[in-house]
Design a protein around this ligand. Structure first.
Ligand SMILES: C[S@@+](CC[C@H](N)C(=O)[O-])C[C@H]1O[C@@H](n2cnc3c(N)ncnc32)[C@H](O)[C@@H]1O
Length: 242
């Protein structure tokens, strides 16, 4: 089990409520900040996720922890007939719904509030499921993954995009400096919620990645588990099947 890192250290709320509160607070700034803190490289990583999903010709796709819906919107390119974005934070979903309306995709993409650890869907429901920068925020990772496994169709694809930690010199040292010093500073400059960006680096450092996360996926029942580090290992794409 990974160490539990929560956004607000003095809060009595559980991790899930704190995460919801934090994302509600930063929702209107989230998209801009996202591009700044990843220097825009996240766009390239997201494209890879979309290509992996598109290659399976899915009819129905669920994007968990969809936030402001960037991945859900790009999933429309896969040709899927139905796309559902699910998130804990109403604030994030509200920003996403506006973007979806602007793109004229409201008929295809539905954004619903929900919890990845108790998904409101029947078994074997989706051809493909994605989570971008979300699994690290789950209160109970194993529970979230077993729910995802339950609602994925046999033979369906599950793709995770998540931050990871470079292991090789000099990227390891560079990343450490960036996440400990620059990231919280950027967070402070752009958002009122300073806490959010210290949480981002702390939770990334404590979260299992690479083979460790692969093993957790296998324990949750997934097969054909594989991963590919991106950009010196600052993020990793995981794929698995059922
Ligand atoms: C860093 S954001 C990622 C948003 C989006 N996927 C993206 O790539 O920009 C993480 C999101 O996970 C959501 N989240 C965290 N725990 C969740 C859970 N248990 N169920 C659903 N959403 C959750 C948060 O509300 C937040 O919007």
């Amino acid at each position: 089990m990974s160490k539990k890192i929560t956004p607000y250290k003095d809060s009595d709320l559980n991790k899930k409520k704190q995460v919801e509160q934090m994302f509600d607070t930063i929702s209107t700034k989230y998209d801009g900040l996202n591009r700044v803190i990843s220097f825009g490289i996240d766009v390239k990583w997201r494209k890879k996720v979309i290509n992996m999903v598109a290659a399976t010709n899915p009819e129905s796709v669920l994007d968990i922890a969809t936030g402001t819906g960037d991945l859900a919107i790009s999933l429309a390119k896969t040709g899927a007939k139905e796309i559902i974005g699910l998130d804990l934070s109403e604030g994030m979903l509200a920003v996403g719904r506006k973007k979806i309306a602007q793109e004229n995709l409201s008929k295809k993409i539905e954004m619903i509030q929900g919890d990845s650890e108790s998904l409101p869907f029947e078994d074997d429901r989706f051809d493909a499921i994605t989570v971008a920068f979300g699994v690290r925020n789950f209160e109970n990772l194993e529970k979230g993954l077993s729910e995802i496994f339950r609602v994925l169709k046999p033979g369906g694809i599950f793709v995770i995009l998540e931050t990871s930690v470079p292991t090789k010199f000099p990227f390891k040292q560079g990343y450490h400096f960036y996440s400990k010093n620059l990231l919280p500073l950027i967070g402070k400059l752009f958002s009122k919620d300073k806490v959010a960006y210290s949480y981002l680096s702390e939770s990334a450092a404590a979260f299992p990645y690479g083979e460790e996360l692969n093993n957790i996926l296998r324990k949750s029942g997934f097969i054909d588990v594989r991963h590919k580090p991106q950009t010196m290992g600052v993020a990793t794409i995981y794929a698995a099947s059922k």
